[in-house]
Design a protein around this ligand. Structure first.
Ligand code: F0G
Length: 448
């Protein structure tokens, strides 16, 4: 299949709207510097008439593209020919009913679902995006890739780069990177560079390095990566028998996920494949709450694409002036300058979204509650349930509203956070090991 007439890149700025070929490697609009979207000429693509038609692919899952939870929806992300598509079996993730947790939260037990993206090959949702980014990288003949990362992007990049024979360089900040993640990048053969700075510094550096050395950037600034992440929403809809939930809740870091979810729903609605769009809640950690402050305190909105840049510039100038550094136990979302801010504002507009922040204590308690029902996740993912508690309490989300929380990363990504919570912190949901002498009777006595 030749896809060259099916997709193109377009600047998100309505004053600019410049278009570029899908074979160009860009991560910002060369005309105005704004973010880029992948756009499709839908009339040139044979999109199934209804979403349930995608279910037919399950019967042909010995075909690796049909097996992939991303590429089985390939007509909705049609920017490259099949021969370039890279897959390591991503997206085999389930929408899990969370009856017990729902009851704990005072919800209707049939209303709450967890979309467990920790089940991906590298243990996080990033694989949904990386399969798409590396397929594009392979299509354009890239030989080297790079990213800045709080850990999961680097793990996923190193995995996919290896599979597509592309060199991978990771930029990490000093300090907080969970060892589960760092170990993956090293083991998968990624070249790791530790910059004396934080994630935001790394993000700035990697963009310049990639421009100067013509390296393929796989951070979520890359519009092709976000196309793969749209399929997380398709799988939620699939898990609900092809029905749209009332609410999607997602943690917010660099804001790639929320941006891609909004794009997915806007496209599905325009194509007539869904009849309504769910609402979206993006949850920040209090120690990294740029989005919350800009939206809730400064009133920043998408405003048909005419985003008030002065508000953003003044906010960032103040971060610089106060030498602000994001700080949260949820290291994956310890980001104060989210690169996809404007696209996220657009997603909030599409999905009538809300934004809020939750403390580290709330995140850790929610994480333990999720874990107690058997799935487990890393701290950033638990921001969803911590946020849901607020949204239920203030009446924004009704106890009967069908709500899907995206658990973005696996529990084993950050075992330190888990062990510290259970064994040292003595909090509400702590489950510490019980000490006992090496004596059979004493052990038996403990178990009665
Ligand atoms: N959850 C996890 C587990 C993550 O790793 C990330 C981002 C997010 C949530 C936030 O998602 O950026 O789409 O808003 N991790 C990036 C990384 C920054 O480098 O691994 P977002």
């Amino acid at each position: 299949m030749d896809t060259k007439d099916q997709a193109f890149q377009q600047c998100i700025n309505p004053q600019c709207r410049s278009e570029f070929d899908s074979r160009q490697v860009l991560f910002k609009c060369p005309q105005c510097g704004d973010l880029l979207d992948v756009r499709y000429n839908w009339e040139a693509i044979e999109v199934p008439k209804k979403l349930s038609d995608f279910a037919n692919r399950w019967t042909t899952r010995s075909n690796r593209l049909d097996f992939s939870g991303v590429w089985r929806f390939r007509e909705l992300i049609s920017f490259c020919a099949d021969e370039h598509k890279v897959s390591v079996g991503e997206g085999q993730t389930l929408l899990q009913p969370a009856c017990g947790l729902a009851q704990d939260l005072g919800m209707n037990p049939r209303s709450l679902f967890l979309q467990y993206e920790g089940m991906n090959p590298s243990g996080s949702f990033k694989d949904n995006g990386m399969t798409a980014a590396f397929s594009h990288a392979s299509m354009v003949g890239a030989s080297a890739s790079a990213c800045a990362s709080t850990g999961n992007t680097s793990a996923s990049m190193a995995l996919y780069a290896h599979s597509s024979n592309i060199k991978a360089t990771v930029f990490i900040g000093e300090g907080k990177i969970a060892y589960g993640k760092l170990s993956q990048a090293m083991d998968y053969g990624g070249h790791t560079i530790q910059v004396a700075g934080d994630f935001d510094d790394c993000m700035r550096q990697v963009q310049d390095v990639c421009t100067e050395l013509k390296i393929y950037l796989v951070n979520s600034l890359n519009p092709f990566r976000l196309e793969g992440q749209k399929t997380i929403m398709l799988r939620i809809i699939e898990g609900l028998g092809w029905e749209v939930p009332d609410w999607i809740i997602v943690p917010g870091g660099n804001l790639g996920n929320s941006s891609s979810f909004g794009k997915a729903f806007a496209e599905l609605k325009a194509l007539g494949l869904i009849d309504r769009v769910p609402r979206l809640a993006v949850i920040n950690a209090t120690g990294a709450n740029t989005l919350t402050e800009l939206v809730n305190d400064k009133g920043l909105r998408w405003n048909n694409g005419d985003v008030d840049q002065q508000v953003i510039d003044a906010y960032y100038a103040n971060l610089d002036a106060t030498h602000y550094r994001a700080d949260t136990i949820a290291s994956a979302i310890e980001i104060s300058r989210p690169v996809n801010l404007k696209k996220c504002l657009r997603a909030l507009d599409v999905c009538d979204g809300v934004v809020l922040d939750v403390t580290d204590e709330e995140i850790l308690d929610a994480k333990a509650q999720i874990g107690a029902y058997g799935l487990g996740c890393e701290p950033a993912s638990a921001a969803t349930i911590a946020g849901l508690k607020h949204l239920l309490a203030e009446g924004t989300i009704d106890k009967d509203a069908r709500t899907a929380c995206v658990l973005t990363g696996h529990l084993l990504k950050d075992p330190d956070a888990t062990v510290n919570y259970h064994s040292k912190m003595g909090r509400e949901f702590s489950n510490p090991p019980v000490q006992v002498e090496n004596d059979l009777q004493k052990i038996i006595a403990l178990m009665k």
